[in-house]
Design a protein. Sequence first.
Length: 241
Amino acid sequence: MVRNVSRRALLGAGLLTLAGVGGAGGYGAGLFLTAEPSQAGTAAPLPMGSGGVSPSPTASPTPTPRKVTYDNSPALKPADLSYRSQTFDVRAVLKSRITVRVPDGWGFTQPDPPTIGRFTDPTGKRWLRVEGGFTIKRPPAASMEIRLAQLKRLSANQMFQLLSQRVDKDYATIAYTYVPPPEQSPDAVLRYVIVRWVANDSGNCAIEMGSTGLPQDQDALMDVLEHATRSVQRKDTPLNS
């Protein structure tokens, strides 16, 4: 659960309002990455550093499903992972200093402007996206429903398939598969994504994170997400601070 160290200050400043859902989490295979050049969260399938302000995708009037390719690389396993703590800043409506545990050896990148932090494994096939900086006003379940509505409007050529959705006390989570757009993945490699909206002690969503990889990586991707969920902290200050 997120510990928002500056919650009292934010309440005093009247900042408990949310800018919406973050970018479509791992869904952003994109903006800046390795094998799939492109966000929070922009990317595939949705823009990555959104903080809830990105427009809804527009479906193609005559979308054409594509033949899916499966990357048969050996699965990443939870036992393969060890973790370290990393702190970084993101900027959107607020400046958020985020501390979170991430896998050792995963490289750190940010878009410009730095609305998210992204940690990518050495193969470029798995990554963790963490987004803050948006104002805080709706519970995780509401943010999840908004994102689901956007995902369901994706073009058929992205082959979106919702696998699960769940609301827990402190967070909401969805898992799905999709194929990045042709310009990002000409071979239509199937991706597996888990996105989670995490509440702070106000009960409202303070962090959006997405763990993305290949279908065979799902246990490791959940391990990455669980470590991030348990450890993440967000401390906000004004943008001009």
